[in-house]
Design a protein around this ligand. Structure first.
Ligand code: HEC
Ligand code: HEC
Length: 196
């Protein structure tokens, strides 16, 4: 909790705002987005930076958005409700996704399958994207498209980065569509050998 206040202060001071100006900004989504340091990683309008994906394309519902901020699954810091209330996150959401229009390139499943093979994704994530010893499962139900494409360009673990020179945005959209329609793996209770 203390750490968050330090982040808030550092961010505020970095932008040359006095404390009173910080609090004057605090009653709207844009203000919260700045004061709580979201802009540092997601950009001033939520458009994304090398430190975090775009949150501006409306890929998540407001409930999913709040849930992610409460319980991030990657490198993002967690914001509990006593620091950032649901109402404040709703205001942030309204600020970063003013109109939910633009969706990125339309993906094509059959081409996505070829790109997934040609670019070597299958070597670590397995033929159907189901994951294995070298990489996690990617589908079905992949993470949101903005987060997906951001991760492929800016991985922070054992995965090599793919720039837009080797893998275009259209390639990413195609791979994503391919992963979306993979079949659910059978649940353990559906495997007779295991239910004996
Ligand atoms: C230190 C950098 C950092 C800060 C600060 C930060 N984020 Fe993030 N955020 C990330 C990263 C990186 C991801 C990608 C997934 C991960 O690693 O958690 C992410 C993912 C998200 C997602 C999920 C997007 C999706 O499409 O699945 C949301 C929503 C989000 N951030 C909102 C916020 C909000 C709101 C704030 C401020 C209250 C914030 N973030 C502060 C780095 C940050
Ligand atoms: C050399 C092995 C390797 C290759 C090749 C590879 N990945 Fe990965 N990938 C990983 C590993 C390991 C992770 C787990 C996080 C990490 O270590 O970076 C990962 C994580 C990811 C994630 C994040 C998953 C999540 O739930 O956060 C995405 C998305 C992804 N890979 C997509 C791709 C795509 C698309 C390709 C092909 C263009 C690809 N990967 C090629 C090894 C690989």
């Amino acid at each position: 909790m203390k750490r968050t206040y330090i982040i808030i202060l550092t961010v505020g001071l970095a932008f040359g705002l006095s404390i009173s100006e910080l609090f004057a900004q605090g009653d709207n989504g844009q203000g919260h987005f700045l004061v709580f340091g979201c802009t540092n990683c997601h950009g001033n309008q939520g458009e994304g930076t090398a430190l975090g994906p775009s949150v501006a394309v409306g890929a998540l519902s407001v409930d999913e958005f709040i849930a992610y901020v409460r319980q991030p699954t990657g490198s993002m810091p967690m914001y509990p409700a006593d620091i950032l209330s649901d109402t404040m996150i709703q205001q942030i959401y309204a600020f970063v996704t003013p109109d939910m229009q633009q969706q990125s390139a339309i993906g094509r499943v059959d081409i996505g399958e070829q790109v997934f093979r040609n670019k070597g994704c299958y070597q670590c994530h397995a033929n159907e994207g189901q994951g294995g010893a070298q990489g996690p499962r990617l589908g079905p139900n992949p993470i949101s498209f903005p987060r997906f494409s951001w991760y492929v360009r800016n991985p922070n673990g054992g995965m090599p980065p793919y720039t837009d020179i080797v893998l275009s945005d259209q390639d990413l959209a195609d791979i994503y569509s391919f992963l979306e329609v993979r079949l659910e793996p059978p649940s353990l209770s559906d495997i007779p050998m295991l239910s004996l």
